[in-house]
Design a protein around this ligand. Structure first.
Ligand SMILES: C[S@@+](CC[C@H](N)C(=O)[O-])C[C@H]1O[C@@H](n2cnc3c(N)ncnc32)[C@H](O)[C@@H]1O
Length: 271
């Protein structure tokens, strides 16, 4: 069983969770929703602060969600969120996707949103997700693809930020251009091509509140999150370069013509 040696690039600083708690099942797992039944048992891997998790739990009203993450601290926040939503059908526990404690064929759906890009061995992760899913069930994964982020207007500062982000994420053992690789990883993990439905979807930030929110949180992430610490500790960027990245996001978000598209690859793999 492979052990994850990757370091999680974003960490769980407030500026990161500001982004992750915006996520809903609708804006982040729409490809999965038509497949869900109210009695499904779901495993949500790398649940983070758990907003998608709570949405999934609200759909499987006669079923159950087991939510796991490698980071204990964020599970506390996810549990608080579930309690505030009155979700009584979620259990939380610490787990590493590379080696799950669950028996074979335990869940109807194994789901992971924006997780495979951060793990040391995404193929082993998919093997584990497949193992714990019942025959007829689904492995559902969605990941962004940083190399395909598209923005307007052109910005040297944002290009430098992207280059820096990709270097830090890869030095941490992850793969920031995961979206385009998901299908290849699933085939390597043993899924037949006929069992894999590969598609894509995007987030777009252009409306005034949306672009200020996104630009503002990345300006803070560039200076205060684990990404900033790792960039400096690994000699990937100086403090001045991190400040330039923050300024680039602020400049971009202040422009009325600013537009950003974040593409994702996504898979439904039939077990
Ligand atoms: C980008 S966040 C996504 C959180 C949530 N799924 C969402 O989309 O809002 C990635 C999460 O995966 C967790 N993670 C990273 N490596 C992991 C591993 N090997 N096993 C389980 N969780 C992991 C991190 O701690 C983090 O909370």
């Amino acid at each position: 069983m492979a052990k994850d040696t990757a370091t999680y690039t974003h960490g769980h600083h407030e500026s990161v969770l500001r982004s992750h708690t915006w996520r809903t099942a609708e804006n982040s797992a729409a490809y999965l929703l038509p497949e869900l039944r109210t009695d499904h048992e779901i495993l949500d891997i790398g649940c983070g602060p758990g907003t998608i998790t709570a949405d999934l739990a609200a759909i499987v009203t006669e079923g159950h969600v087991t939510a796991v993450d490698r980071a204990e601290g964020v599970l506390v926040k996810a549990a608080e969120h579930a309690a505030a939503r009155g979700a009584g059908n979620i259990d939380f526990e610490v787990a590493d996707v590379h080696g799950l404690r669950f028996a074979d064929d335990t869940f109807d759906v194994a789901h992971a949103h924006q997780v495979l890009q951060h793990v040391g061995d995404p193929v082993q992760a998919l093997r584990e997700m497949r193992r714990v899913t019942r025959p007829g069930g689904l492995v559902a994964v969605r990941d962004s693809d940083y190399g395909a982020f598209t923005w307007y207007p052109a910005s040297r500062g944002l290009s430098d930020w992207l280059d820096l982000y990709e270097r830090v994420a890869r030095a941490n053992g992850g793969e920031p251009d995961a979206g385009r690789r998901l299908k290849s990883w699933a085939l390597e993990a043993g899924f037949e091509e006929e069992a894999v439905e590969a598609s894509s979807s995007t987030w777009t930030f252009a409306a005034p509140d949306d672009r200020r929110w996104w630009g503002g949180l990345w300006a803070d992430r560039a200076l205060h999150s684990a990404f900033a610490e790792q960039a400096a500790a690994g000699d990937h960027a100086t403090r001045e370069q991190l400040e330039a990245a923050a300024e680039a996001w602020k400049d971009w978000s202040g422009r009325p013509d600013a537009w950003l598209m974040i593409p994702h690859g996504q898979l439904l793999c039939r077990v």
